[in-house]
Ligand binder design. Sequence first.
Ligand SMILES: [Zn+2]
Length: 168
Amino acid sequence: MKKRIVLILIGFFGVSSSIQAQASVDIDGRLQPILTEFFEQCKKYDIDYHSKLFQLKNIDIVNHLPLEENNTVLGMVSRDEAGEIDNIFINWAALLDSEILKVVAFHEFAHHFLDYKHSCQDCEEIMAETNVSYFDIARDWDNQVKLLFTTSPICLAQHKGNAIATKI
Ligand SMILES: [Zn+2]
């Protein structure tokens, strides 16, 4: 009997937190499946994403990012006056290919949810400032995602915390 009450309570909190997320974060439906996949990885690596999700206003596909020969921005995060990320924007042009869209979305999600800065300027990593080839990354996807999560600032900070805790 006691077990059943606990389960019902967990169910209730689950529902109320998802309603809150819908009320405060506007997520473009075309990005939702990729965000869900990203959160699955967060769960796998024990990274809490709920509070960071509520800090956002929009995760959106937009048409105001530059798309010129030497000035193309496929995705970006915007920050509020306090310097906290408040929006994640993906250029509509990334929609032209589902693999590009996924790499760009994971890149921007990692800036916010994994506390990432760019890992390098021109290399074949999801967090490169400029990606050499989106398709090479897509072909090496599982490995790339593993690298993205295991070497993320948030994951490294967590492990450091664990190591200190074990020492004590
Ligand atoms: Zn970036």
